[in-house]
Design a protein around this ligand. Structure first.
Ligand SMILES: [Zn+2]
Length: 130
């Protein structure tokens, strides 16, 4: 091993960026499928109380229907937002601004990106927004 002198504590290497991009791409595909499935589920809720063809144990006529519908809607909203965050992160990778905080312009710590590859804010700014 020849010690490559790239010891930026925060800036990510292109290799790390590639790995994060792959992670995002995989996450995007999963989230997209989830959004599709949930949207279908909501459509089924809306069109009727027909039995769904799934082998779900839940009684489609039960009093939990409204609750389940609101759960699905909330999950759908979340998934759509997550998808938008992933897309935004992927476009930041494409434009070369990935890993930079959208608010203060500082580097987002690698550990944070590894935990949340779609993060657009550094931990400090993210804490401030909430
Ligand atoms: Zn920041």
């Amino acid at each position: 091993m020849t010690g490559i002198a790239e010891h930026h504590p925060t800036a990510i290497t292109s290799r790390q960026r590639t790995s994060l991009r792959n992670h995002l791409a995989g996450d995007r595909e999963q989230t997209r499928l989830l959004v599709e499935r949930l949207a279908e589920e909501m459509g089924a809720f809306l069109t009727s109380r027909r039995d769904s063809p799934t082998d779900d144990e839940h009684d489609p006529e039960g009093p939990t229907l409204a609750f389940e519908r609101s759960q699905s809607q909330a999950m759908l909203d979340q998934s759509r937002q997550h998808l938008a965050e992933i897309d935004a992160a992927l476009s930041r990778i494409a434009t070369g601004t990935y890993g930079r905080c959208a608010s203060c312009g500082g580097d987002i710590a690698l550990g944070r990106l590894q935990a949340r590859p779609h993060a657009g804010l550094c931990i400090t700014c993210a804490g401030r927004v909430r």
